[in-house]
Design a protein around this ligand. Structure first.
Ligand code: SF4
Length: 462
């Protein structure tokens, strides 16, 4: 299934699509209200972009500096070239943990939100190997119950209404049928998760920022689930993409001020937790993952995409994402940023994603690290075309159109014929859904009697 086909499936439910669109626009407006009171907000964006630029240009050095300092703090550092290696490393850590090694019976892990582990498909891998994995972020737990991937990187269950959550909790947590009161549902999730936290052997978290000069890292959550998990379990595993580095602690202030404001319109996330070393008698591991990032770093046109701090603002503002839903991208990171990260992983599979955009540039305007997202989308389109990944209709259609546009007489004649045909032919022919995909969702405007060019030559002032 490609993006248009999956988007069509989502858009069939008009009410849900409209509600999804309005909800995300509400978040976008909250973001605007949060940034306006900060006069230096644009300078912060520039600074963040420059810090990331510098870090990416010296990534090898900063990674080694981070590793050295983390080891000095007593943290075990692991390197994974791809998702498969990442999963194997995590499983090895779990099986060799002193309180688990040689033990029979189920191993229990609580996990706070980590898009990297989604990217590596860690949950099914661990479950196959006898580890019970419980996602503890509320939205993540909801989609985990439903066996669905997250549809947004910050709000994983944003595609669901409270009625959907009520049904899911009725099935999995035994809440009363028809219960849709958010407070009652949240309370049920809290009771359920509390038990999971208490029983957990291992806590796994993502990493928002890793600081090279100290070897420490920061995890931002609104629910405190990362902190509770880490403080109760004996082993903490933190998984990070290699682009999460920043050079110094002082740089954190720039990113922390940008992240929550851009993501949800909050001045700061409720919990911004710094981890440096394991507590006494406990273990802390960091798994640093490449999984295609080095390749993206080597693509000069697309390396800036590695500056992303996963705030989700580009999704909230994107008219295509808002009306097609996160699942239509069929990639761990949906929306505009997903559409420039995914072709790097598999150009054939994700060849339709760079076209899931109006190129309006709103994504680039809101991006807190100033990634030129819409420019990269346009560049990926050129790569898709050069690599022969365009569907035949589009490829030959564009070639034909290019020829026609290069011949004004043919173009003028074509316009005349089309305008007459739209007026004369029966509606069923000009708006046939099979022939004209645009007619599936909207009517065409009435064809004008003359072209703009004809009107202009008649009406222009001498
Ligand atoms: S590309 Fe920019 S706006 Fe989109 S998620 Fe990343 S940092 Fe946020």
């Amino acid at each position: 299934m490609n993006h248009p086909a999956l988007a069509e499936k989502f858009a069939k439910d008009f009410n849900r699509t409209t509600w999804h669109d309005e909800t995300l626009w509400f978040v976008r407006q909250k973001r605007d209200r949060a940034i306006y009171p900060i006069p230096e907000f644009q300078e912060l964006r520039t600074l963040a972009s420059q810090i990331k630029d510098h870090t990416l240009s010296n990534l090898d050095n900063y990674l080694l500096q981070f590793e050295e300092n983390a080891r000095k703090n007593g943290v075990k550092v692991h390197w994974a070239a791809d998702g498969e290696e990442h999963n194997r490393i995590v499983l090895d850590i779990i099986r060799n943990a002193p309180h688990i090694k040689g033990r029979t019976g189920p191993i229990k892990m609580v996990k706070s939100k980590s898009m990297l582990t989604e990217e590596c498909h860690l949950n099914p891998f661990l479950q196959k190997n006898g580890v019970e994995v419980v996602d503890t972020d509320l939205g993540e737990r909801i989609v985990q119950f439903r066996n669905e991937p997250p549809s947004h990187i910050v709000m994983p269950a944003i595609h669901l209404k409270k009625e959907d959550v009520g049904e899911t909790f009725h099935e999995h947590l035994g809440t009363p049928k028809g219960e849709k009161d958010p407070q009652a549902l949240t309370e049920a999730a809290r009771q359920h998760l509390r038990q999971k936290f208490v029983e957990a052997d291992i806590a796994l978290t993502g990493v928002n920022f890793a600081v090279a000069e100290t070897g420490s890292f920061v995890v931002c959550t609104n629910e405190g689930n990362a902190d509770l998990g880490v403080n109760l379990a004996n082993v903490h595993i933190a998984c990070m993409g290699m682009e999460k580095l920043i050079p110094k602690v002082e740089h954190l202030s720039v990113f922390i001020r940008l992240l929550a404001r851009s993501a949800t319109g909050q001045p700061v996330t409720t919990y911004t937790s710094h981890f440096t070393k394991p507590a006494e008698g406990k273990e802390m591991h960091i798994v640093i993952v490449d999984n295609g990032r080095t390749q993206q770093l080597g693509r000069s046109d697309f390396r800036n995409s590695l500056k992303c701090i996963r705030c989700g603002a580009c999704m909230n503002t994107c008219p295509v994402y808002r009306r097609s839903g996160g699942h239509s991208y069929d990639f761990t990171v949906p929306g505009p940023i997903g559409a420039i990260l995914s072709p790097n992983i598999d150009l054939h599979k994700y060849s339709t994603l760079p076209f899931a955009s109006t190129l309006c540039g709103s994504c680039s305007d809101v991006c807190p690290v100033k990634i030129d997202i819409h420019v990269q989308l346009y560049k990926w389109r050129q790569v898709v075309s050069k690599e022969n990944e365009l569907p035949a209709v589009k490829k030959w259609g564009m070639k034909g159109l290019a020829k026609m546009l290069a011949m004004p007489k043919v173009y003028n004649l074509g316009g005349k014929v089309a305008r007459s045909a739209l007026r004369i032919l029966p509606h069923g022919m000009t708006h046939a859904k099979g022939m004209n995909p645009w007619a599936k969702a909207r009517e065409l405007p009435d064809a004008p009697k003359q072209s703009f060019k004809e009107w202009y030559s008649q009406n222009k002032k001498p």
